[in-house]
Design a protein around this ligand. Sequence first.
Ligand code: NAP
Length: 561
Amino acid sequence: MSPLFSKSNDDWFLPEDVRKQLLKTFDSLKNTVVLETFAQPGENDEFAEYMNKFCRDLAKLTDKIVVREHEIPSARAEELGVTASPTLCINPDDYYIRFLGAPVGEEGKAFITAIVLVSLGMHGLSDVSGPLLEQLNEERMVQVFVSPTCPYCPGQSMSAIKGAIAKPGLIKAEIVEMNENPELTKRYNVGSVPHTIINDGAHSALGLMPEERFIVEMIYLKDAEELLAEGALPGMDGKHIPSQYGNIEPGEVDLVIIGAGPAGLTAGIYAIRAGLTAVVLEKNIVGGQVALTPVVENYPGFANVPGKQLMDIMSEHAREYTPVHEGEGVESIQMGDPEKDEPMIITTNRGQYTTKGIILSTGAVYRQLGAPGETRYFGRGINYCASCDGYLYKGKKVAIIGGGNTALTDALHLKNLGVDVTIIHRRDTFRAQQSLQDSIEHEGIPVLWNTVVEEIQGDEMRVNNLQLRNIKDGTMTNLSVDGAFIAIGQVPTTDLAKEMGVTIKEDGYVEVDTTMRTNIPRVYAAGDITGGLQQIVTAIGEGSIAAMSAFEDLSHPYWKK
Ligand code: NAP
């Protein structure tokens, strides 16, 4: 279970460091927040106990939080229509914000942020989303299915919760912990989190969406792409909503760092310490691919640390120096002439920045297998993030496809969760580190060597079979599975680099010299986007070098020599 809940002493449930952090956060509370908890004895007792102990600690930390505990059934449960055990409601007389299941793990963050926003009476939506939401005049019930280890989930939960605060009469937000609510999870065929269901399935969405996109799709109950095709969103590019929808002031910084993985965060720290002004823009969540890695064992100083935890520590450190804007994606970049000292102008979904330098640390995304059935069953048995979705397969049978560090780390993680795992690899040797290979052997995880997936098959609802081919003898076999995790490497995110005219190498990665300079003056690149070893430590090294090169060039521009 989450470290949030490890017992520290007899009086407190939350450990001391978490309580200290919460005390700081609760300094900002203004109005009293009422937490009403509901539990039915015999139903998810362990989680109900966690929820109540967690909430009682919060009330002990500040007199701005009041806890009322109820049973199911009870008059209050009936009045509010609460049936799931446990359920946690925040200020239920004013808002419909409910956690179905204890807010454990990652969801604890959304819970605490929701308390703060409710106490301040603020919805916290961006300058773009807030005005957009004004268009909504119908009721919306938003259910966000989450898991405790999904780093993307709190972001999606918060978009729903912010909506519920902004439009209390119209928007209901339910954060549904999938393990504690198996019937709901099954009813909506949830196979990957976050999974958002709006108005009982009138619209649904997989994954974390930028807040602005979430708001648009919640209003129209349609995919942004569909709305675009209908011409309903003039000027929108499908991912972002342009600045015409918001009232946005441009910002001026020396350096804009695009991407908040280890490379971008490190670049932010080094840039500010060198005396530059900088901002780190991240269209998703901080931490990049590492935040999705169940366990990291080769980052010096941490013998064994969950990837998300490591990135939380790193981003907290970076934020002491530089602003890190999550959910802010770059739409376009106007390059300007370096010879004439013209600034570059970066337009995002939230605003505009003029800058003298750019560091591209946009990382890489999962490579797709390309087998028939992969797209059809994505989120319905086909997954790419073992940290996020592993919990769904406890006691079930799953295949992992790939033979690199990610595949083997994920296989060990799933095995540890109680999943029956088989690895499918196209060759007869792994490329993963020897220590991981030893662990796979030690755990007795079966491997189908020299095997490729020809087709992913299933019924109307979910994956149930993988059709396999042995590449040595051509034999075709079937592997009956409940799901499959695809871990066959990364594709660098180079769209922006290409738009800017940055040279891309034959292997698809950005070309840099040893100082992380690209071919374009004032543009640097660092981390997975540059290819090579692709380790956290190398990304960090590259981030620091890129920032120092930018610093050097801003004071002594080599293009003017
Ligand atoms: P990777 O090292 O590129 O490995 C990809 C694996 O997928 C390879 O085994 C490859 O097979 C297989 N593959 C590729 N395309 C395929 C296809 N179309 N069909 C079937 N199999 C296919 O990718 P990764 O494991 O995601 O790692 C990416 C980077 O992150 C690496 O630099 C890695 O070291 C790093 N990483 C490090 C750690 C760690 O140090 N703890 C953890 C995770 C990732 P072949 O072997 O036959 O090419």
